[in-house]
Design a protein. Structure first.
Length: 491
C-alpha cells in the first residue's frame, strides 16, 4: 500500500485477473442454467473481448441471438456488439445478415436499421463494383433509423445523422425520401418460381432463405437478379510478360467458384425430399468417385462431399493470394488458416503491408479475420471432419438411433481435441469418427456460409486493387482478362 499526501493508493491490479474472475462467475451461472444464463453469456462474451479472445466472444454472442431471448433489450445489446465487431473487421457480409435478422425480430430497432445501412454502404464502397441498389438501400435504412431513434439517446442520434451524411455524399442528386420506399431491403422473400413441388423451386427457396446466393443484391428481390450469382471479379490487368501469372489467377478463381457452386448444390440436394437419383451427378461427374456407396445413404454422402469442397475453398483462396500478392511461397507451404509450425498466408501478407486496417485493404483485413476465426477449436472441427471424410473414417448416424454418449461426437469440440491423444470409443476401428446427421448438416451449412463470405471479400479485394491500378495508369494500355460475371444456377 502506498500513501501519497494523505491519499491511500493500492498497487494496480492486472486487468486479466478481474476478467478471469468475471468469466468464472459467468461460467457458474451458465452451467447452472439459471434464468440469467443468456445474460451471463452476453457478459462473458464482453469479458472475452477485453482479453482479445475475439472469436470466442463472437461465438457466444451468436449463441445468445440464436436463442431468441425474450428480453429484447438483451437482444438489441448483443446485436449491436456483434454487428459492430464485424464492421470493424471489414466483414460487412456477416454484419448485413446479422442486422437483417435483428430487424425482422424488432422492426423498430433503430440501431439495427443504422447498422444495416452501415453494412450496405460498406458493401458499396469496398467491393469496387459500387452497385447503386446498395446505396439506395443504405440511405433508406438510415432514414428509417432516424424515424424510430429515441431522441433522448444523443449518441445514437448523432451516429444516425453521420451515417446519412456519409451516404448522401455519394449521390450527385439527393433523392426524395418518398422515392426510397421501394428500396426497403426488409421485405417478404420472393418465392423462386411459379412451379410447384419441383427441385428448382426448392433450390431457389432454400438458397435464398439460408443466404447462399453469391451476390450482394440482398434487397433486390422484386426481380430475378437476386437469384443469380454475381461473381464480383471482372477484368484483371497485367503486363504482357506476366500473362502466365494472370492465367493462373483466373484458373484459381474458376476452381473457387466451381467448388462453391458444387458444394451449395449438393447441400440443397441432400435436403430435398423428392426422388434422389444418381443421374443428376452428370453435371458434376468428377465428384462421383468421392461417394461412399457402402453407406447406403446418398443424402449423407452428398453432405460429406459438400463439406470437403467447402473446407477446400479456403486453401484455394490462399493459393490465389500467394500468386496475386506475389508472395512467391511454395504451394506445399500455403495455408489459409493454420496453427503451430505450419505456415499461414497472412503472416506473409502482414509483412508486405504496414497495416491491413486501411480502407484500400479492408476486404483483405476481413479475410484475415476469417482466418483467425478458423483457428478456434469450434471451427477446427470442420477440418477434422474433412480429413475423416477423405479417409472414409466418418460414420454418420440417425439421431433417433445413436447414443451420443457412446460415440466420439464431433458436435463437441473438446471431445474431438481430446480424442487426438486418447483411444477412440469405436472398438471396431479406432480411427472412426461418429456424428449425427443433423449435426453434419449444421456443420456443412456453417462452413459453406463462411466460405461464401470469404469469396465475396476476396473478389472485393481484387476489384478495388484492379480499380486502383487502372486509375494510377490512365494512359497505359494494359491487356485484361475478363471473368464471366453472371452465373445462373444449374439444376
Amino acid at each position: 500500500m502506498i500513501t501519497i499526501t494523505g491519499i491511500v493508493r493500492h498497487p494496480p491490479c492486472e486487468i486479466s485477473a478481474f476478467v478471469s474472475s468475471a468469466i468464472d462467475i459467468c461460467d457458474r451461472l451458465i452451467d447452472r442454467s439459471t434464468p440469467y444464463k443468456l445474460d451471463a453469456m452476453y457478459y462473458k462474451a464482453n469479458a472475452l473481448s477485453v482479453i482479445s479472445e475475439k472469436t470466442a466472444s463472437k461465438l457466444l454472442l451468436h449463441q445468445v441471438i440464436d436463442s431468441c431471448p425474450s428480453d429484447l433489450y438483451l437482444l438489441a445489446r448483443t446485436i449491436i456488439n456483434l454487428g459492430n465487431s464485424y464492421i470493424e473487421e471489414g466483414r460487412f457480409v456477416e454484419a448485413i445478415e446479422l442486422y437483417e435478422k435483428a430487424i425482422r425480430q424488432m422492426p423498430d430497432f433503430s440501431m439495427g436499421w443504422s447498422g444495416l445501412g452501415t453494412g450496405l454502404s460498406h458493401a458499396f464502397y469496398y467491393t469496387g463494383r459500387q452497385e447503386d441498389c446498395l446505396l439506395y438501400m443504405s440511405l433508406f435504412c438510415f432514414y428509417r433509423a432516424e424515424e424510430v431513434v429515441d431522441m433522448q439517446k444523443i449518441r445514437y442520434v448523432n451516429a444516425v445523422k453521420k451515417g446519412i451524411e456519409n451516404v448522401l455524399a455519394y449521390f450527385k442528386e439527393i433523392p426524395e425520401k418518398e422515392s426510397l420506399a421501394e428500396w426497403n431491403p426488409i421485405i417478404e422473400k420472393r418465392k423462386g418460381t411459379n412451379e410447384t413441388n419441383t427441385f428448382k423451386e426448392f433450390f431457389c427457396n432454400f438458397t435464398s432463405d439460408n443466404i447462399l446466393f453469391l451476390n450482394l443484391c440482398l434487397g433486390c428481390r422484386k426481380d430475378d437478379r437476386y437469384l443469380r450469382d454475381k461473381f464480383l471479379v471482372g477484368g484483371m490487368i497485367s503486363k504482357i510478360e506476366d500473362c502466365r501469372t494472370l492465367y493462373n489467377l483466373f484458373s484459381y478463381l474458376s476452381e473457387i467458384r466451381r467448388d462453391y457452386f458444387i458444394a451449395r448444390y449438393l447441400l440443397v440436394k441432400a435436403q430435398y425430399e423428392g426422388d434422389i437419383e444418381l443421374r443428376f451427378l452428370n453435371s458434376i461427374y468428377d465428384e462421383i468417385d468421392l461417394l461412399d456407396y457402402t453407406s447406403g445413404n446418398l443424402n449423407n454422402d452428398l453432405l460429406k462431399i459438400c463439406l470437403q469442397k467447402s473446407v477446400g475453398i479456403f486453401d484455394k483462396i490462399a493459393f490465389f493470394l500467394n500468386e496475386y500478392e506475389s508472395l512467391n511461397m511454395p504451394h506445399h507451404k500455403v495455408w489459409f488458416s493454420s496453427k503451430g509450425k505450419k505456415d499461414d498466408i497472412f503472416r506473409h501478407i502482414v509483412k508486405k503491408y504496414t497495416s491491413l486496417a486501411i480502407p484500400e485493404l479492408k476486404s483483405l483485413y476481413a479475410l484475415k479475420s476469417i482466418s483467425d476465426d478458423l483457428k478456434h477449436p469450434y471451427f477446427e472441427t470442420c477440418k477434422i471432419l474433412r480429413d475423416s471424410i477423405t479417409h472414409k473414417y466418418l460414420k454418420v448416424h440417425m439421431d433417433i438411433i445413436s447414443s451420443t454418449e457412446q460415440l466420439l461426437y464431433p458436435g463437441s469440440c473438446k471431445r474431438i481435441i481430446k480424442s487426438l491423444q486418447e483411444p477412440h470409443d469405436d472398438l471396431v476401428n479406432p480411427k472412426n469418427y461418429h456424428i449425427i446427421d443433423a449435426d453434419l448438416m449444421d456443420v456443412c451449412l456453417r462452413t459453406l456460409r463462411i466460405a461464401r463470405a470469404a469469396i465475396l471479400y476476396l473478389s472485393g479485394h481484387v476489384q478495388c486493387t484492379e480499380l486502383s491500378k487502372k486509375m494510377s495508369n490512365p494512359d497505359k494500355i494494359i491487356p485484361s482478362l475478363f471473368f464471366n460475371n453472371i452465373h445462373k444456377p444449374k439444376y
